[in-house]
Design a protein around this ligand. Structure first.
Ligand code: MEV
Length: 429
């Protein structure tokens, strides 16, 4: 499909009208899909060629006890089990005392990659760090007023390409940091080229953020785990959770899914707070693969009749800048969390990632996840079959009772309920 000429320059309302007319089948679809004028204006500010905004479900996962405080976490996600699993795990872990968390500095790295630099040029560059620092003064002045700024310069040679990497580390405080780090890297370019005698190839941040990490841990007495073990022995369930994590550490095929589950909640929290979900995901998976093999982001052990879980991962989550403090939903989500700073938000995200992983492992090693997942999926089947309102839940319940989760079964149940309603209306007429 080719867009009409100059589509991106059309007024937003015209773009939405075109979108509505050409790609929506009926008024029902339009009612569920189209965007009100205020949200459309915001969408137009945020992206080019906006035609609307996607109403992803936003839900609250309650029951988190983190560093002694109660939290409900806002999650925006399309997968039905994510919020249910997070809240379920949060409740279990709170019964044992909750999560404790730690967090590193909000330091991001940026790079000026220089080509055609010989050894003498590399030495001149190394000798020019003070001048390079001074050249960043005006770019970083605002950030320094907020307590951040440049905290390191170093360089290294890439062996295969011969390119010289000049790394700048910047404390970005509460921002995600992409804009300020990219601006600083570009501001260094002229002096870095003059000093080294080389030519800048790229000036860009790295999303790896290995310093900007958060950790969370919990300690759950086996007696507190037992009620959630579906009648199995809690010590054996705990042992199997530990073994499942060893498997994820050993087999990258399992680590991918294990870590995907960790990121289910974190990405949803990032989405709800209008953070850059791709950056958060990229950093986490790169960190998990830092040994050269993809491994688990979480660790478990059994110690003195307790299951102990922990997580450690990079989390570049912002509470200011970008879309975070622009979008009213993002602002409301941050208010719900008590207006945390970036480091506090990262602590909460680390606890959430661990909770999500614990919920998945607990279900997987004690009977599987599909029973729960399909019950959650049933309402979607009912909706797809044409049910609306209260009928959707009733059909979902009937599918769960039948133990049959298919569109055909949902259509049958819908027809049966409609027939029953028509018969009732006929007999009372
Ligand atoms: C599903 O979104 C996530 C899980 O597959 C995670 C896991 O397998 O650990 C349940």
């Amino acid at each position: 499909m080719k867009l009409p000429d100059n589509f991106r320059k059309w007024p937003t309302e015209r773009r939405q009208a075109w979108w509505s007319k050409n790609f929506h089948d009926d008024d029902d679809e339009r009612a569920a899909s189209l965007t009100n004028p205020a949200a459309l204006e915001l969408a137009d500010l945020m992206v080019e060629s906006a035609v609307g905004s996607l109403g992803l479900p936003l839900g609250l996962a309650g029951g988190f006890l983190i560093d002694g405080c109660d939290y409900s976490l806002p999650l925006a996600v399309e997968e039905p089990s994510v919020i249910a699993a997070a809240a379920y795990a949060a409740r279990i872990i709170a019964s044992g005392g909750g999560f404790s968390t730690t967090v590193g500095p909000s330091v991001m790295e940026g790079y000026v990659y220089l080509e055609q630099v010989d050894e003498a040029g590399a030495s001149r560059l190394a000798g020019g760090y003070e001048a390079l620092r001074r050249s960043l003064k005006s770019t970083l002045a605002g950030l320094e007023r907020r307590g951040g700024g440049l905290c390191g310069l170093r360089q290294y040679r890439l062996q295969d390409s011969g390119v010289l990497a000049l790394e700048l580390a910047i404390d970005v405080v509460d921002a995600m940091g992409a804009n300020i780090v990219n601006s600083a890297a570009e501001a260094l370019r002229p002096l870095a080229e003059t000093l080294s005698g080389g030519r800048a190839l790229l000036c860009i941040l790295s999303n790896a953020t290995p310093q900007r990490r958060a950790q969370a841990a919990f300690r759950l007495p086996l007696a507190k785990l037992y009620p959630y073990c579906r009648g199995l022995d809690a010590a054996d369930v705990a042992r199997r959770i530990v073994l499942a994590t060893v498997v994820a550490d050993e087999d990258p095929a399992r680590a991918v899914t294990h870590n995907k589950g960790v990121m289910n909640g974190i990405a949803a929290l990032a989405q709800a707070t209008l953070n850059d979900t791709r950056a958060v995901e990229a950093a986490a998976h790169a960190w998990a693969a830092r040994s050269g093999r993809l491994r688990s982001l979480t660790a478990y052990r059994v110690e003195t009749d307790c299951l102990c879980g922990s997580i450690d991962l990079p989390l570049a989550l912002a509470t200011v800048g970008g879309s975070v403090d622009l979008h009213p939903t993002g602002r409301a989500c941050l208010r719900l969390l008590g207006n945390p700073d970036s480091r506090q938000l990262s602590r909460l995200a680390a606890a959430l990632g661990l909770a999500q992983n614990f919920a998945a492992l607990l279900a997987l090693v004690s009977g599987g996840i599909q029973g729960g997942h399909m019950r959650l999926h049933a309402a979607r089947l009912a909706y797809k079959a044409g049910a609306r309102g209260e009928l959707t839940r009733r059909i979902a319940d009937r599918l769960a009772a039948r133990g049959e989760f298919s569109l055909r079964a949902a259509a049958e149940e819908l027809a049966a309920l409609r027939d029953a309603a028509a018969a009732g209306a006929g007999s009372s007429a």
